[in-house]
Design a protein around this ligand. Structure first.
Ligand SMILES: [Zn+2]
Length: 319
């Protein structure tokens, strides 16, 4: 584990206090906010933001245009506990409530207006299995009603500027699909930080920087912050090498129905699959096949019953 810089040790010391720092250039430009540790056990973003703050204080990095806000630890309670959530997942129901019911509601009450005061969000995460980093963007441009959006091209351009070799598109649609599969009505539960940002006229990219405890994930996150600043014209920094990252469009989520459901092999995200490929086998022996060619995403062999087992995506050749 990478040792905690003082800034991060303090951030976890008092979960009743949020901390962020902003730099504003006199020259106009975009307003970018960067979040670390929305999930408390995903620390690469927090470390990368602490490093960026040190660079800014030392003058090694300067904001030339626009406004930059850095939130090293978005969920201090979860960060202190080294758990995904404090009392729950902050990245669900990220909608301010008039009557906050739990810790994450109270954090949302403070962070949501801060996000709404910016135009662009970069949200830094990590994942629980080995694999390559990837960026997540929202829906294609559409007039609604669930998630109307008109900034898909800007979002994809930012995602590609972060240096990630892969991009995943779409989330809320398949999240709603999973809710319906569980017999629930899709509601605000699928609204995370990114969906909230889009609902306020901005745009957002989540970068999954690598395996939780991989120290290289910190470098990926730090490089992404610089990539965003360079891409948005906010700082004179060398951007990461540009990649023509393929776009995998989420199409379907498959839930685990029983503890006896077993994946057919040790799938990795972005493994390509042909139509008819058996991804897993249900407890009663029924194979779960892919209808159309595409790729597997976010396989979770040990997921809870009624939770996401794996996702299927198609490669968007036009993107
Ligand atoms: Zn996360």
């Amino acid at each position: 584990m990478t040792p905690l810089p003082d800034l991060l040790a303090r951030a976890g010391a008092n979960p009743e206090q949020l901390h962020w720092q902003s730099w504003t250039a006199l020259a106009p430009g975009p307003a970018l906010i960067v979040l670390g540790a929305v999930h408390g056990n995903e620390v690469c973003g927090a470390h990368a933001i602490a490093r960026t703050i040190a660079d800014l204080h030392a003058g090694r990095l300067q904001v030339a245009r626009g406004r930059l806000t850095l939130v090293p630890v978005a969920n201090p309670l979860a960060f202190r506990q080294a758990t995904r959530g404090g009392e729950r997942n902050l990245n669900r129901h990220f909608v301010p409530r008039a009557d906050p019911r739990d810790y994450e509601d109270r954090v949302t009450a403070r962070l949501a207006p801060l996000l709404a005061a910016h135009e662009v969000l970069l949200d830094l995460h990590s994942f629980h299995t080995a694999g390559e980093p990837f960026a997540m963007v929202g829906p294609r441009d559409n007039p609604g009603p669930r998630e109307p959006f008109a900034r898909a091209a800007e979002e994809l351009a930012l995602a590609r500027a972060l240096g990630a070799p892969q991009v995943v598109q779409g989330w809320l649609e398949v999240y709603d699909q999973a809710a319906r599969a569980r017999g629930e009505l899709p509601g605000d539960d699928g609204i995370g930080t990114n969906e909230f940002m889009r609902s306020r006229g901005g745009y957002a990219v989540t970068l999954e920087c690598g395996f939780h405890d991989d120290p290289r994930a910190i470098d990926v996150a730090a490089q992404a912050i610089r990539g965003a600043l360079a891409h948005l014209g906010m700082a004179e920094v060398a951007p990461p090498p540009r990649q023509r990252a393929p776009v995998a469009r989420l199409r379907e989520v498959v839930l685990r129905e029983s503890p006896g459901d077993v994946l057919a092999r040790d799938w990795r995200s972005f493994d390509p699959v042909e139509a008819g490929t058996v991804i897993g086998v249900r407890a009663d022996g029924r194979p779960v096949r892919v209808e159309r060619a595409g790729c597997v995403l976010f396989p979770f062999p040990e997921s809870q019953v009624d939770q996401e087992w794996f996702y299927l995506a198609e490669i968007d050749a036009a993107a």
